[in-house]
Design a protein. Structure first.
Length: 300
């Protein structure tokens, strides 16, 4: 196995344990998101400054990078809440619908429209989502907060990916990740203060969980997946990242005794199969530049 593939496998494992840590409820959801970003930023900022690579080419790119951090903060916040209010499996599978939302956004706002494969995959993915959650939710429109937030998480992540791909044409990866992570931490710190979530007072296990989220699920995962993406085909990385949902389901069953029903398994398989079909091989222009939608996948 080559180094990029090893990095990809380890990176997927790193992000797969995140929903399990959040589901343990050792800290509130928003403050958990804050420490995930703040701990990663505490490592990234001094490293980037000392390396002399903390450079943003223009004010426009600076604003867009900060905006990416803001969007990602919203994504992690609603995802954390969805995990704690439902199951790690359901929240992870539903947030993986992000490629579908990117394609729908492309249909409404971009010149180049999604291909036939996208619409076939979208229909299959939605059928999988309905099977996963339960038909009665859709018959009676009985959607709870966890379902809405899990879907919203995928939407926020889709927007983040589109904006970040545009920014990364002009900004190097290291300063982009550093500044966006720092801005996420600042926003989440303010949001935690406003919502009166505690910054201290956690158990030793709680602090350990927060440390793992910051160093492993955020910092290590993003660096490993970034390395893999740079040296492998984007389609292979994107499809491989769907394995996150499978691993999270397995970990949830093994470590926190989360019930995994046959309906959830079938729905999850259908949903992931639909997302696989919907992956693009075509590029789309955004403000005079091109972005490959096949690269949009969940690597949080």
């Amino acid at each position: 196995m080559t180094k990029p593939r090893i990095a990809l496998v380890i990176g997927i494992i790193c992000i797969s344990i995140f929903p399990i840590l959040v589901k343990l409820k050792l800290s509130p959801p928003i403050i958990s998101a804050f420490y995930r970003m703040a701990i990663a930023a505490a490592v990234l900022v001094p490293f980037t400054l000392l390396s002399g690579k903390f450079k943003i080419p223009s004010v426009k790119m600076l604003i867009l990078t900060i905006l990416c951090g803001f969007i990602f903060a919203l994504d992690v916040t609603v995802w954390n809440i969805a995990i704690q209010e439902s199951t790690a499996t359901q929240a992870t599978l539903l947030t993986n619908l992000s490629p579908v939302w990117v394609g729908i956004g492309a249909f409404f706002f971009l010149k180049n429209k999604p291909t036939r494969n996208f619409w076939i995959g979208t229909v299959i993915a939605i059928l999988g989502m309905i099977t996963l959650v339960g038909f009665h939710f859709f018959v009676y429109l009985d959607f709870d907060l966890a379902f809405v937030f899990a879907i919203l998480s995928g939407v926020f992540y889709a927007v983040y990916m589109l904006v970040s791909k545009f920014v990364l044409y002009d900004v190097e990866v290291l300063p982009f990740i550093t500044l966006s992570t720092l801005s996420s931490a600042v926003f989440l710190g303010i949001l935690s203060f406003v919502t009166n979530e505690p910054f201290i007072g956690f158990t030793q296990m709680g602090w350990l969980s927060l440390l793992i989220q910051g160093l492993v699920c955020q910092l290590a995962a993003w660096l490993l997946l970034g390395y893999a993406t740079k040296h492998m085909r984007a389609t292979r990385v994107s499809v491989s990242l769907l394995g996150q949902a499978v691993l999270t389901t397995l970990f949830a069953w093994m470590f926190i005794n989360e019930e995994v029903t046959l309906q959830m398994i079938v729905g999850g398989i259908i949903l992931l199969f639909g997302i696989r079909i919907s992956f693009y091989t075509k590029t789309i222009p955004i403000i005079g530049k091109e972005i490959k939608l096949e690269e949009v996948a969940s690597d949080r």
